[in-house]
Design a protein around this ligand. Structure first.
Ligand SMILES: *[C@@H]1O[C@H](CO)[C@@H](O)[C@H](O)[C@H]1NC(C)=O
Ligand SMILES: *[C@@H]1O[C@H](CO)[C@@H](O)[C@H](O)[C@H]1NC(C)=O
Length: 241
């Protein structure tokens, strides 16, 4: 199943031409405050260090916020200091028409709740496990257990929103394709000998994997055509870590 994901990915590599802006990872907004919060003995001590305003999080002001093609806006230890001592992350998932999240993993359990639209999800827990597919409509929820590979796309032609809850304030995100292409060419080609390398160059091929960007990427051709969006061509980017 994972392999078929890569075959699809190897196919879309050839349509990726236009670099997307590189944002990729959350920047820690206030490291000094985080270290003070972590040094504090009690939650009451921490609350004395935080204003009411600092106890309010605005997803719309997250630097990743975008609907084109979409975004993953994390409230976590990096973006919302109060969470640095609380084992939780909440991510707002904003998926433009057909937008998808490439296969990725976290070092945390992940529960996703749909607010709007229809979102097709895919999850593989480990070697030997079946692939679990779900369609999330408003009020429906699924789980991607710790370290499962998962992916999703917006099945509709309007914007979709979901919320994602993780049981760690630093769950990380690792995109499988980016990690795969960071391995040496000899290893990668032995796993996937069918990959057509750009100019026989592994690194140049890796750079055609759509970038992490704001956390979401353009959806696939068939969906985009159905939504009347396919004429702009596939928008890819750089490998970013
Ligand atoms: C949240 O952030 C957005 C974007 O910066 C801003 O337009 C909006 O007014 C903010 N909402 C509140 C309630 O502060
Ligand atoms: C392979 O591609 C990379 C990235 O485009 C480039 O820096 C490198 O020089 C290329 N290697 C060869 C042998 O052409």
């Amino acid at each position: 199943m994972l392999l078929s994901g890569f075959v699809g990915l190897a196919t879309i590599i050839f349509f990726s031409m236009v670099p997307t802006p590189v944002k990729a990872v959350d920047q820690t907004v206030d490291p000094n405050l985080v270290s003070k919060l972590k040094m504090a003995a009690t939650m009451n001590d921490r609350l004395h260090m935080l204003t009411d305003q600092q106890l309010l999080y605005n997803f719309s002001s997250n630097p990743m916020f975008s609907w084109a093609p979409g975004s993953v806006c994390n409230a976590n230890a990096a973006t919302w200091p109060v969470l640095s001592t609380v084992r939780a992350t909440v991510a707002q998932l904003n998926l433009g028409p057909c937008a998808m999240l490439a296969p990725h993993i976290h070092r945390a359990n992940n529960i996703v709740v749909a607010v709007s639209g229809s979102t097709h999800t895919y999850m593989v827990q480990e070697n030997g496990a079946r692939m679990v597919e779900q369609i999330l409509t408003p009020g429906m929820m699924t789980i991607f257990p710790l370290a499962s590979v998962h992916s999703m796309y917006n099945m509709g032609c309007a914007n979709n929103q979901l919320y994602s809850f993780l049981d760690d304030s630093d769950p990380g995100t690792l995109n499988i394709a980016q990690a795969f292409f960071m391995m040496p060419k000899d290893i990668g080609m032995q796993v996937m000998p069918f990959i057509n390398l750009k100019a026989s160059n592994w690194t140049a091929t890796a750079q055609q994997v759509p970038g992490v960007g704001t956390g979401s990427q353009e959806g696939f051709e068939a969906c985009r055509r159905r939504c009347g969006l396919a004429e702009t061509g596939y928008s890819g980017g750089h490998v970013v870590n």
